[in-house]
Design a protein around this ligand. Structure first.
Ligand SMILES: C[S@@+](CC[C@H](N)C(=O)[O-])C[C@H]1O[C@@H](n2cnc3c(N)ncnc32)[C@H](O)[C@@H]1O
Ligand code: SF4
Length: 444
């Protein structure tokens, strides 16, 4: 992440691409918990009436040149099998620690869950159902897949076990662009994967696309967005590329920012014409998409997350934790091997995380709410925290005069200029502690 200053004016003058705030605090702000916290202590007294279960599959068939996710390419068969054994043991430890609980959402992500074979996928869903005490299909359930691994057999397992949302990583329909980004993938592979997903009847199909790739222009990017629209996906996730590609870009940082901003604006306008509503800077939802509030009540700001697997995060109100974070392939492999060798007792400990005090909890609520449609309800903030938001975080007052947000209908809501700068507004709201820790993080 680039350095962040405190001046609101820099939100307009500086780079719009400082960091993706999909979770707060970022994993690079986690530190060893000394002593480790038992899961029973972490979950004691926490609401468990609407939990999210997430399982991380840190394996892929290739390591894409741009990817900074926690994943290992082409693992040996016994690495995968040992890993799934550890996920099952961790599930036992978590179940014993939490006691009776109700799960409202399920997701399996990665990496690439469909890097597992059909038998391994069944094993994983068995574990999920043991933890939740209900079929996966009883709740909205999401799974990620890459086109190269989305064959009939694997997709059929996902659908049969109750997955309702399939997210396919497409990145670009221009073969030269994905290849230059270190991802060998033919457009026919993508079409085949989406068509198979459609005929298996997943209610929601999401396609991930990336802009700012080496060799990409606004015109070639729009051609990719149009190609995606031909499949009428229920959702589209448009990611600005982070991690400057080593080859091919040949542009200054400023020119790269300008290209990404132009790509974003052009796609946003095209999608508006095609009837897709923006939910955030990255997510666009079609009119024909099933309502996203279907299923048992779940609130991302309130409800806990149970993460299973190496690299998965878990959240309670006051503590976030996960295993160590790495990007380099040797370090990722070492963390996975260490995880797979742990006993059930060792898997019942949170060893690496971040304790959120009142200020961090308030910042988290603001970040998760303000960066999404329909913005932040001021009365809800006051009801939760018993204080005035502008009193707690006076810097928020500065957004409206800069044209980045407005107060309307009792909400603080980003304007279109604010939405396109979400990746600057988010990091600007990070606490000094989180910024310092992220800055001190040693990348491996
Ligand atoms: C877990 S992956 C999706 C599933 C699958 N592994 C695949 O690649 O097809 C999540 C998404 O994050 C996005 N992504 C990964 N690395 C990125 C980066 N450096 N910058 C922007 N987006 C990135 C990609 O769009 C990718 O599809
Ligand atoms: S983009 Fe997807 S397939 Fe490529 S390395 Fe990252 S997680 Fe794996």
């Amino acid at each position: 992440m680039t350095a962040v200053t405190d001046r609101a004016a820099d939100l307009l003058a500086g780079s719009p691409y400082r960091g993706y705030s999909y979770a707060y605090p970022h994993k690079t702000a986690y530190r060893p918990l000394v002593p480790p916290v038992s899961l029973a202590d972490a979950w004691r007294g926490e609401p468990t009436g609407g939990l999210f279960l997430y399982i991380h599959v840190p394996f892929c068939e290739v390591r894409c040149g741009f990817c900074n996710l926690f994943a290992q390419a082409r693992p040996r068969a016994e690495v995968v099998s040992d890993y799934l054994g550890a996920v099952a043991r961790q599930a036992d430890a978590v179940r014993a620690a939490i006691g009776p609980a109700t799960y409202a959402r399920f997701a399996v992500g990665g990496g690439t869950p469909t890097a597992l074979d059909p038998g391994q996928l069944h094993r994983l869903f068995d574990v999920a159902e043991r933890v939740m005490g209900r079929p996966v299909g009883a709740v909205p359930a999401s799974a990620e897949a890459s086109p190269g691994t989305a064959d009939w057999d694997r997709l059929a397992v996902l659908r049969e076990r109750g997955v309702t949302r399939l997210s396919i990583g497409v990145q670009s329909f221009t073969e030269a662009e994905v290849r230059a980004a270190g991802r060998p993938q033919h457009p026919a592979e993508v079409s085949g994967a989406v068509e198979r997903a459609r005929s298996l009847g997943f209610p929601t199909i999401n396609l991930d696309l990336i802009y700012g790739l080496p060799g990409q222009t606004v015109a070639s990017w729009l051609a990719t967005v149009r190609a995606a629209l031909r499949f009428q996906p229920e959702e589209l996730f448009l990611y600005p590329l982070y991690v400057r590609p080593l080859t091919g870009l040949g542009k200054s940082p400023r020119a790269w920012d300008d290209l990404r901003l132009s790509c974003y604006r052009a796609a946003r306008d095209l999608l508006a014409d095609a009837g897709y509503a923006p939910v955030s800077m990255r997510l666009f939802r079609a009119k024909h998409a099933p309502a996203d509030d279907a299923g048992p009540a779940y609130c991302v700001q309130d409800d806990g997350m149970v993460g299973l697997g190496c690299g998965a995060r878990s959240y309670t109100r006051g503590l976030h934790w996960s295993d160590g974070y790495a990007v380099g392939q040797k370090e990722v492999a070492a963390l996975i091997t260490e995880y797979a060798g742990r006993s059930t007792d060792a898997l019942g400990l949170a060893r690496h995380g971040f304790a959120l005090d009142g200020d961090e909890q308030r910042r988290r609520y603001v970040l998760l709410t303000l960066l999404q449609e329909p913005g932040l309800p001021l009365a809800d903030y006051e009801r939760r925290f018993g204080s005035d938001m502008f009193g707690d975080l006076p810097e928020l007052v500065e957004l409206a005069p800069l044209g980045l947000a407005e107060v309307a209908g009792g909400r603080l809501r980003l304007t279109p200029a604010g939405v396109e700068r979400s990746d600057a507004v988010g990091p600007w709201l990070y606490s000094p502690t989180v910024r310092r820790r992220m800055g001190d993080h040693e990348w491996r």
